[in-house]
Design a protein around this ligand. Sequence first.
Ligand code: NAI
Ligand code: MG
Length: 337
Amino acid sequence: MTYRIGLIPGDGIGREVIPAAGQVLAATGIPFEWLPLKAGWACFQEQGTALPEETLAGLRTCHAALFGAVSSPSTPVAGYRSPIVQMRQSLDLYANLRPVRSLPGTREGIDLLIVRENTEGLYAGRERLEDGGATAIAERVITRRASARIGRLACQLAQTRRGLVTIVHKANILRETCGLFRGAVLEIASEFPGLKVEEMLVDTAALRLVQSPERFDVLVTTNLFGDILSDEAAALVGGLGLAPSGNVGEMLGIFEPVHGSAPDIAGKGIANPLAAILAGAMMLEWLRESEVASHVRGAVEESLSTGPRTPDLGGKAATGEVTAFVAEGVAHRLLVP
Ligand code: NAI
Ligand code: MG
């Protein structure tokens, strides 16, 4: 079947790594119909919105999408909201999946998956100033529905893996919000008697991720904790240039590298395309093209073992050289399975 895939390069190196991922996916021979879509800071400056209605409407017609990265100003700009947070909420992409696996040249023995709630928590956008600006308050929204839903997905995914679920929270301090999350996930987990379920405070989880990452299988947690822990975990296996992620809901999955728009190297042609290419492999997996996905991952591993490397991995190669090497590797694997 032909898959309709939205392509949102966004800003900065997103415009370099998304075409690279597209080139590798095209080498799989699967018929894709690409739908280019706009979002991000440049789009905001051009159209007055970081997430045009056409982009949301276009995404609703797609089987899946690839998203690069967007630049966000760190001081508030009137009318600007991060399109990725808006997309997750508007399209109900309730789960953020971040696999962390050992790759050639990185620490060995790691194969874990962070399942992060993606629609609420401290990202609910309920922030305000009081006392004439002297006090800032953020509301942390946790619902039983969203917690149960993410808990169920984490348990289902653990069933296809090693069967260990670690519920990460801080319910000793955040008694109501983390308490509700913990209770809802434990209740769902009790429906999965084949799994081993444990809980861990988020600070301990941060420590153990560095000390003994091999012990983890699936970690399930709230939005901000998941964001931080997954960047930490990415550092164990080669850093941001190699870390993919997916935002998935019932109908649509949007896959993206974990990294941002990297303004410091944008336009130089040296961005590492492998995180975006691995996001493409996650997309294939989600489309149930598992065999082709494993060819893409295999070609990425080969490029790390014997191929050209971009400067973030200590090499001198350009984005295009790494991409061509991986695309050729994919084509070769299809010919000689
Ligand atoms: P960043 O991930 O863009 O860059 C951090 C560092 O890692 C930089 O030195 C960069 O050159 C390097 N790096 C990142 N990806 C790389 C790659 N593929 N190849 C080689 N080197 C790579 O994070 P930073 O600097 O904190 O943010 C820059 C902008 O990106 C900001 O405007 C931020 O808001 C945005 N951002 C967007 C995200 C998204 O769209 N999902 C996620 C994170 C940041
Ligand atoms: Mg992040």
